[in-house]
Design a binder for this molecule. Structure first.
Ligand code: ZN
Length: 312
């Protein structure tokens, strides 16, 4: 009996042990199974992440390529603008030749504005913009950095503004000092021209102008005129006076007087109109003056070195 009881106990222990081993191995397998499944999911997630990252890198690469292409195009823009400008002015020159030899009935008016930049110049620019007209600004440095007519404003910013709005810039000497030594010698005049040339170049971002207007007009140079012209020619400069004006450089007293002066001087097939962009009477007649010229068949254009109107 006792033997039988001991055997039973032994078998029970063996069975229990087997059962425990079974349970443990089942639990172990389950843990491994789940761990494995999690790892696979993690690997999949990482692989997907990697693919996304690769796609992102490809997109960046494409962006960089596009930017490099755009950059290359941009570097060609200056070249393109230069050649377009050349073509534009050579077309106007051809038109001028035809007008002058009588084979074209068209007429040209070159609006020119002297003595700026002023703060007031913006108002002139806005009117020109409104009519889609381009003109020429004969600049001096009498205002210095801050505008004479608004000391809180930087007038040098206008050099880029002229170009941005499609106008041409010309040289009216650095000091405009008619009574302050500009005409004391050929050298002093040329120094004034060179000084303004540097200002234009520096503040316009490299624009080179080779058109000069004598402050007061070429007659103001008196006995020095021919010497100055010779020196200008040596420096590849052309010069121009004017053929029409409203008298705003003198003592203009009313709008009516300005209008009378202006309309009575418009009679040539090609006109170079003198205005001053500090003058508010001129500002007030400018819209009518533009319409008057256009209604009388004039095309309004900016001046350029090759023009027949520029003395060389
Ligand atoms: Zn002037």
């Amino acid at each position: 009996m006792e033997n039988k009881g001991r055997r039973n106990k032994k078998s029970f222990a063996v069975i229990s042990l087997l059962l425990i081993v079974c349970i443990l191995s089942f639990v172990g397998s389950a843990i491994l199974y789940f761990k494995n499944r999690n790892m696979k999911a993690e690997i999949k997630r990482l692989e997907k992440n990697n693919a996304d990252k690769n796609e992102e890198v490809e997109l960046y690469k494409r962006d960089i390529e596009n930017l490099e292409e755009a950059n290359l195009e941009l570097s060609k823009i200056d070249e393109n603008i230069e050649s377009l400008k050349k073509e534009y002015f050579s077309n106007i020159k051809t038109l001028e030749d035809k007008i002058l030899d009588g084979s074209s009935n068209k007429k040209i008016a070159y609006l020119t504005f002297d003595d700026g930049p002023y703060y007031n110049t913006y108002k002139f620019l806005d009117i020109l913009d409104k009519y889609g007209v381009n003109a020429t600004f004969f600049t001096t440095s009498i205002n210095g950095e801050y505008c004479f007519d608004n000391r809180s404003q930087n007038c040098l910013l206008l050099y880029k503004e002229y170009l941005k709005r499609g106008h041409t810039i010309a040289n009216h000497t650095y000091t405009h000092g008619i009574w302050k030594g500009l005409y004391s010698s050929v050298e002093s005049f040329i120094t004034g021209v060179k000084g303004q040339e540097e200002v234009v170049k520096e503040y316009s971002g490299g624009y080179v102008t080779n058109i000069v207007r004598f402050p007061g007009g070429s007659a103001t140079a008196r006995g020095l005129k021919n010497g100055i012209i010779e020196e200008l020619r040596k420096n590849n400069y052309g010069w121009v006076d004017w053929t029409a004006q409203d008298g705003d450089g003198g003592n203009l007293t009313s709008k009516e007087e300005a209008w009378y002066n202006f309309t009575s001087t418009i009679n040539e097939k090609i006109e170079v109109v003198l205005f001053h962009d500090y003058n508010n009477i001129t500002l007030s007649i400018l819209p009518d003056a533009i319409e008057y010229l256009q209604n009388n068949g004039y095309i309004l254009l900016p001046l350029f070195y090759e023009s027949n109107m520029i003395n060389k």
